[in-house]
Design a binder for this molecule. Sequence first.
Ligand SMILES: *Cc1c(COP(=O)(O)O)cnc(C)c1O
Length: 369
Amino acid sequence: MNIPFLDMKAVNAPFADAIQRALCDTFMSGYYLCGPNTKTFQKKLAASCGSPLEAVAVSNGLDALRLIFKSLLLNGKLKEGDEVLVPANTYIASILPLTEMGLTPVLVEPSAETMNLDWEEALKKTTTATRALLVTHLYGTPCWNSDIAAEMRRRGVLIIEDNAQAIGAFIEDGRRTGSLGDAAAFSFYPTKNIGALGDAGAVTSQMPELIETVRALANYGSDRRYHNIYCGYNCRMDETQAAVLNIKLDALEEISRHRRATAALYDSLITNSLVVKPHIMPHEGQVWHQYVVRLKERDRFRDYLSARGIATDIHYATPPHRQPCYRGILEGDYPLTDLLAKEVVSLPIASVTDAQAVAIAKAINDFKP
Ligand SMILES: *Cc1c(COP(=O)(O)O)cnc(C)c1O
């Protein structure tokens, strides 16, 4: 057996002909930035969120978050020093924009069941200095609590979504991640559920003022040609990436369906009591960016699977508050986040066949303490 954790060639193979044609057309068109592919992409992405919102195509997911927070600062919705609640258990890119812009991250522990931010904890940590809450829909699991979100908003707290891992996911009432908060950041890094052939990202929001500021900031801060209202950046998406993403966005439901089917297979076939399987939401709104199990013997388990030709990965082995760059900056104890970092292991999902998933589950069930 030789099952890679993620075979990118296999992930993109179904789109090979369409992508080759689109790249060739883009090359021949002479438009390489801010052209028709980007405009189409923005419309498609907004439509895929199922709400009357707008989308701006940008360079990558981190820049999407940076542009959101920079815009909120410029528009006076946030000011330096404001507290922003953020999950302790997330990828570091969720937190980098906050510290870069002088905002104060307040880390919130996850719920052990979902591994996502614990909303009750977030509410407990809300103070008069709290101006925003950043939620990450980690592993493709929607992180939302309508009652507490409403309470937060009543207190004037903005809610921003890091939707890098959850494009296509939805909550119980059918609303999509990326349309739940005041603004959302998307990543189209190649390994994400919808991946470009390089870096790409997007911002969505229902706030026209925020969209306008993000759009200007991403293009040197100009609201029109050679007229700069902000000291901006260059965070544009390439036309070639937009062309690829337009093809893959059309397959979003199919991609989500395949991941859900593999997750369901794992869930029904894995019976080893040492292995804690991820929570499956009854409404099936997860999109399974990762299928993450937990167990005490994690490292031995990985070696065991590796010896059987099954590659796994860890998301994430070192939480942000343990990173050298945040020594002395992200203070406090986050025991549950630390525990998850020691116990989580991601099984292959994006490129596995049903037969491979069955074989992986069998190998897992044969693992002994
Ligand atoms: C991938 C990712 C990002 C960053 O996206 P890039 O496109 O790689 O910059 C941000 N947050 C989360 C949760 C991610 O998984």
